[in-house]
Design a protein around this ligand. Structure first.
Ligand SMILES: Cc1cc2nc3c(=O)[nH]c(=O)nc-3n(C[C@H](O)[C@H](O)[C@H](O)COP(=O)(O)OP(=O)(O)OC[C@H]3O[C@@H](n4cnc5c(N)ncnc54)[C@H](O)[C@@H]3O)c2cc1C
Length: 286
């Protein structure tokens, strides 16, 4: 097995262009598990850990640009202000060791329907920055990035460089059901982001469909009927939960049944909207 070790982004793109079958490795918390269990035996590994810029984040053009290698620990410690939904989700990932090594870019690269960063990225309206040597940069909205179970819009010669996330302008929440409180892959999860300036609510469903996805009809319902000055109407809250549950398309598997997941998505949708709405009204009153 070849081990490619670029030290600059340009070298990394060149290596991927010359050897598209090379498997990128960042924190290795997914890749090493697959190698250890012989799930895959790549001809080459493309180690990105020496490309320093991937571990940086910045505020540019009104967006928070999070480098692909930024680990969960950094999201929690440095980005909880502008990206509260992603930070909450990051706190639920694995253990401290996994959060130190595991990255948001690696979560995107793996494109597992159960990845915890996907629902908050969808709810916030994030855009994934990918690049190839031949075709340059592509900006892919998170909602178009996930194509199937562990399949993304990334082409074989492309690498993920960063993810651009609009800083929160309203409350955001993430909720995850697991079989225990830590070191657990989501049975299902849900994220919500209030965008008060646009009078819009973003959603993200995790681990309850072949891909992470938004609950579009539920978002449309709130865009049409939510009164941003008033307490939440219980009937509207119930319809929102029902539409979120209907947006899920889960399967029965070792972690939970499809019926349980549909039920839990409805519950988490109602809960997270209630938490966010209480914050929203509390802020307005303050
Ligand atoms: C014990 C344990 C617990 C875990 N718990 C959770 C959890 O609670 N929630 C959760 O979501 N995940 C969990 N995971 C999975 C894993 O930690 C995450 O998916 C993490 O985000 C992967 O990041 P990484 O940097 O380690 O990726 P890597 O393992 O290095 O890579 C993951 C995938 O992304 C690709 N990739 C990496 N970087 C790039 C890039 N720049 N461009 C293109 N492709 C790239 C790789 O080729 C690979 O396919 C857990 C894993 C373990 C071992």
């Amino acid at each position: 097995m070849d081990f490619l070790r670029p030290t600059t982004w340009e070298e990394a793109l060149a290596a991927k262009a010359d050897q598209p079958e090379a498997v990128p490795i960042q924190g290795g918390t997914d890749v090493m598990v697959e190698l250890n269990f012989d799930v895959r035996r790549p001809v080459a590994l493309l180690d990105l850990t020496q490309v320093a810029e991937l571990r940086e984040w910045s505020m540019t053009g009104g967006h928070c640009r999070v480098g692909a290698a930024v680990p969960y620990t950094m999201v929690i410690e440095e980005l909880a202000g502008p990206l509260p939904g992603l930070a909450q989700a990051s706190r639920t990932v694995g253990s401290p060791q996994i959060r130190n090594r595991g990255s948001v870019g690696g979560n995107l690269g793996a494109a597992s329907p159960a990845g915890d960063s996907h629902p908050p990225l969808l709810a916030a309206g994030a855009v994934v920055e990918v690049e190839s040597r031949e075709r340059g940069v592509r900006m892919i909205p998170a909602a178009e990035f996930y194509l199937g179970v562990k399949r993304s819009a990334l082409e074989p010669d492309e690498l993920i460089r960063a993810v651009h996330v609009p800083p929160a302008t309203g409350p955001q929440y993430f909720s995850k059901v697991g079989t225990r409180n830590a070191m657990v892959i989501a049975v299902c999860s849900f994220a919500i982001a209030l965008h008060p300036r646009e009078r819009r609510v973003g959603t993200g469903i995790g681990s309850a469909a072949p891909t992470p996805r938004r609950a579009l009809e539920a978002e449309e319902l709130l865009a049409a009927e939510l009164d941003w000055e008033a307490p939440l109407d219980p009937a509207l809250l119930r319809r929102f939960g029902d539409l979120c549950a209907r947006a899920a398309a889960p399967i029965d598997d070792v972690r939970g049944t499809a019926a349980y997941r549909v039920h839990a998505i409805g519950v988490m949708a109602r809960r997270t909207l209630t938490w966010a709405w209480n914050d929203h009204l509390g802020k307005r009153a303050a």
